[in-house]
Ligand binder design. Sequence first.
Ligand code: MG
Ligand code: MG
Length: 627
Amino acid sequence: MKTSIATVSLSGTLGEKLEAIAAAKFDAVEIFENDLITFNGAPADVRRACAVLGLDIVTLQPFRDFEGMPPGRRERAMDRAERKFDVMQELGTDLLMICSNVAAESLGGIDRAAADLRELGERAAKRGLRIAFEALAWGRHINDYRDAWEAVRRADHPAVGLVLDSFHILARGTDLGAIRAIPGDRIFLVQLADAPLLQMDYLSWSRHFRNFPGQGELPVLDFMEALGTTDYDGALSLEIFNDQFRAGSARSLAVDGHRSLRFLLDQLAERTGKRQPGVPALPPRSQAKGVSFIEFSADDDDASRLEELLAGLGFRRAGRHRSKAVTRWSQGDINLVVNREKEGFAHSFNIVHGSAVCALGLAVDDAVATFQRATLLLDPPFRQAVGPGELDIPAVRGVGGSLVYFLDSTSALGRVWDIEFDDTGETGNDAGLTGVDHISQSMQYEEMLTWLLFYTSLLDLRKIPPQEVADPGGLVLSQVVESPDGGLRIVLNASQSQRTQSSRFLNELFGSGVQHIALATDDLVATVARLEQNGVRLLVIPENYYDDLEAKTDLPADQLAMLKAHNILYDREGNAEYLQVYTETYDQRFFFEIVQRRGYRGYGAANAPVRLAAQARLSADGTTLGV
Ligand code: MG
Ligand code: MG
């Protein structure tokens, strides 16, 4: 199985694209004609560049408006193709990809299309070349792969084959059954793309919103399963037209692409019990049990203020690292680590980003296997020197250059606090916090699909449909990934507006990262009372919210008064209830949320605009007062 990607999928010049594709370890590339036309050099230079980079060229594409042309136009189409054959021979590829005709003057009829393909196939064969035919979802006469296959079948020529493109097939909801009847050696190319489900014409949907398999909602895996019943063993080529991708980093998108292919093939092997030859076997997706720890990097000043806040939230300083300026703060099952080291990863992170969350420790079933899977999914591993008496905790790079560590309870990693830390014996003012409920990460809009794929390919997390939340400065797109039992929940937030809280956070932090940490309690009212006693400043919720809540719910007056008195937000789904409070934002950087779930599965989306408006008001006040 050969992995490939079309140059149209990435940003940059052709040279930059090819380097990114090779660096992401693809075997091959589809050369998009426009990239060649705008390239400052001859096709032979592209051929040499690909040879140096170790990339095969699977096809030159696309050749448009060919089949079914009326007499006169038909001969011109053949001549055009001959010119492409010249280019292909210079380029060193033997396959021309032809997509079905959209021209108004084209004529229908499978036999006419077959005759055209046959004649062009004969011309191609004379030069040792081949042609492959694709049904565009918006083709004028041929827009269904079954018709394209019928034309190819009737052309009955060894140099004429079929292209199957998952987008064109799945977007129309075409039945996949007929794929099983196509001989694998008559399929010359398979193109893969996913997409979000959108209500729009096929052309716009395809040209702007395609994404990598696993990032959208099309049943690409069903397509792969049908394909797997043929003997097709040619290239699997990503062909993604996406505005964000074309604005993003070619290097990082190429890696995302290869990651998506490996994940797709892994899911296919899991579903069918059959592994493709040459495809690395990955350890299974890890069961994410929860958050083992959250690490903050802080300079000395910030560390003291942060630790004051943690103490106010009811954390006790439970441990001091044996050899480093690192403290462990704990409460319930929560571990927060404050790192004020003057060297190493946390320090360099602090220099770039200021005081912020620099690492997440995730509890998984098998840390080493998770790390192996991550490596095979091309997630960048992280290593730093391990001091005497320290554990080598497997880690990869996460959002915004932070780290994601993997810990399990079956190895020594499960005893990290005993091994690396001295118990302080100190007590705290416990506020009843029991665990990490969820973590929210803010990121650039363009990064969202990257991190969605990162989390869902590595860990057994499901994505729930994204939501748009109104911030006074614009809309914020919010995407949740969560483990089946809710042990790990991560909310990814992004916004195209520069004026949302989410975007301000990115500016403040010089990049993406953890914007808020939601901690769980079994009794929010008691917890809040404790926080108030401890002098923790909670986000003030406007009275109007409670008037609205009164109108929307049948909450008794005394309960409403209690929510209002303590700035508690409330949501309900059926009989399930959700209570939330927020701390004020720490240096405009991050904040804590305390939540109580009573059977509730969501994230209080209905309350999010109220919270965002309250935070916006505070941050605006801060500006005017010069605070
Ligand atoms: Mg295609
Ligand atoms: Mg929340």
